[in-house]
Design a protein around this ligand. Structure first.
Ligand SMILES: C[S@@+](CC[C@H](N)C(=O)[O-])C[C@H]1O[C@@H](n2cnc3c(N)ncnc32)[C@H](O)[C@@H]1O
Length: 210
């Protein structure tokens, strides 16, 4: 049976790519993914590629055009099982047609950098979502958040404070795994939050009780 491979590429640099993922990408005939994930492979001379844009449904057509005859590999950041296109694809393909190769999630790297366990953390996705997802989790002792351009660290901190969370250390983990990786720590108790207007994305936030 023909299948499509969904590869978790980790945080974005090849240092964190597992060997099985590298092999699948190098042997692919067609690579599909977001620009950030595709660029390193396009630069290495990968021939056929397709950049995922909205409407995402078009990606299904692209896959269907190729996957019976060619090796199609979809690149997603982090791990495919944690907020990626995987659950969308399961609506259009039988699970037997999807081969998933895991990757290191941005959340795992963030907690590793902080030398903290994440088995007891609440993990939420604010990427393309509404901030009110936070409303049931305002006082979690350990919270990790995926962010995006609109739901950026400053907006999220201001929202938490407005909703009554006035304590906690916030770790703003920007470009994890890249040479420009940066972790900014702030305290929600501070009167003036010293967060730059725009922190370089992608960004994961970890919030813990002091
Ligand atoms: C669509 S979600 C995908 C999550 C991914 N499947 C994972 O396991 O990390 C994209 C979000 O992941 C986070 N992210 C991905 N790569 C990152 C990195 N290198 N550094 C910091 N955050 C990252 C950001 O919050 C970004 O907006």
């Amino acid at each position: 049976m023909a299948f499509v491979t969904i590869v978790g590429t980790g945080p974005g640099t090849q240092q964190y790519l597992i060997p099985e993922a590298r092999q699948a990408i190098e042997n692919a005939d067609v690579l599909i993914g977001g620009e950030r994930n595709l660029i390193p492979w396009i630069e290495q001379g990968q021939k056929k590629f397709y950049v995922i844009k909205t409407p995402v449904i078009e990606v299904v057509d692209r896959i269907k055009e190729h996957y019976q005859q060619e090796k199609v590999v979809i690149l997603v950041s982090g791990d495919p099982g944690f907020y990626s296109i995987l659950s969308f694809l399961t609506k259009y393909f039988d699970k037997k047609e999807l081969k998933v190769i895991p990757g290191i999630s941005s959340i795992q790297i963030a907690f590793a950098r902080l030398s903290l366990a994440w088995h007891d953390a609440v993990l939420l996705n604010l990427h393309g979502r509404y901030l009110n997802i936070l409303d049931n989790h305002l006082h979690e002792p350990k919270l990790a958040l995926l962010t995006d351009f609109n739901n950026d660290p400053l907006t999220i901190c201001q929202y938490l404070i407005t909703k009554g969370r006035k304590h906690g250390l916030v770790y703003i983990c920007s470009k994890l795994g890249y040479p420009e990786e940066k972790i900014i720590t702030i305290n929600l108790r501070e009167e003036k939050l010293l967060i730059p207007e725009k922190v370089a994305s992608p960004v994961v936030m970890v919030i813990i009780d002091e």
